[in-house]
Design a protein around this ligand. Structure first.
Ligand code: SF4
Length: 200
């Protein structure tokens, strides 16, 4: 079972397969791993102890970042994520990043960005689209149309608690016109945009 894997000189943590979305472009639609690592489908959700044990095989300081990003939405396990982030910080100072759909406030029915303070150095949030309708079309979020505004609100809140916040869109699912519209949304929220290539 793959809990930790190395990609782009960073150490990635795969702590859940749960996700409130079913994105049309999600890697999970077509395969079971990324970058040639073993399957990211988990036999069971790893406990905090199992994750810490998996991390024990790696020298954390030798990686550019520790990234919570697997075959699922990491904030589905926010309590465990925060404990693992605290463990990573206690082992040295590797920057900790979360790659998220930004829907944790809806998942947990509360403001979650404040919980990241001091534990998470960067949050990368999937913006996906410039309108709530297009966002829902792409993500098929179980929370429906309110998902988009909740995600934008989470991003704005993260700016108060996390040193670095970025929005991402995937190049193959956004036209040039839509990319420009996304840029305007990013300017409005005050979060930079990264257009990322589709990874298979
Ligand atoms: S939010 Fe991420 S993990 Fe969830 S379906 Fe979309 S791309 Fe896949």
């Amino acid at each position: 079972m793959t809990i930790a894997y190395v990609l782009h000189q960073s150490l990635y943590l795969n702590i859940t397969n749960r996700c409130p979305c079913s994105c049309t472009f999600c890697l999970r639609q077509n395969g079971d791993s990324v970058g040639g690592c073993d399957s990211l489908w988990l036999e069971h959700e790893p406990s905090l102890e199992e994750i810490v044990e998996a991390l024990g095989s790696y020298k954390l300081d030798s990686y550019q970042e520790i990234v919570f990003c697997g075959y699922g939405e990491p904030t589905e396990r926010l309590d465990v994520l925060l404990k693992v982030a605290a463990h990573c910080k206690s082992q040295g100072n590797p920057p900790v990043r979360i790659n998220t759909n930004g829907l944790s406030d809806l998942i947990w029915q509360r403001e979650t960005a404040p919980l990241l303070a001091g534990l998470v150095d960067m949050v990368s949030i999937s913006l996906n689209a410039s309108t709530k309708e297009r966002y829902l079309e792409l993500t098929r979020s179980k929370f429906g149309l309110p998902s988009y505004d909740a995600m934008l609100h989470f991003a704005a809140q993260c700016k108060r608690y996390v040193p670095k916040v970025v929005f991402t869109i995937v190049d193959v699912v956004t036209s040039a016109q839509e990319q420009e519209a996304c840029r305007r949304v990013c300017e409005r929220v005050g979060v930079p945009l990264r257009i990322r290539p589709y990874e298979s």
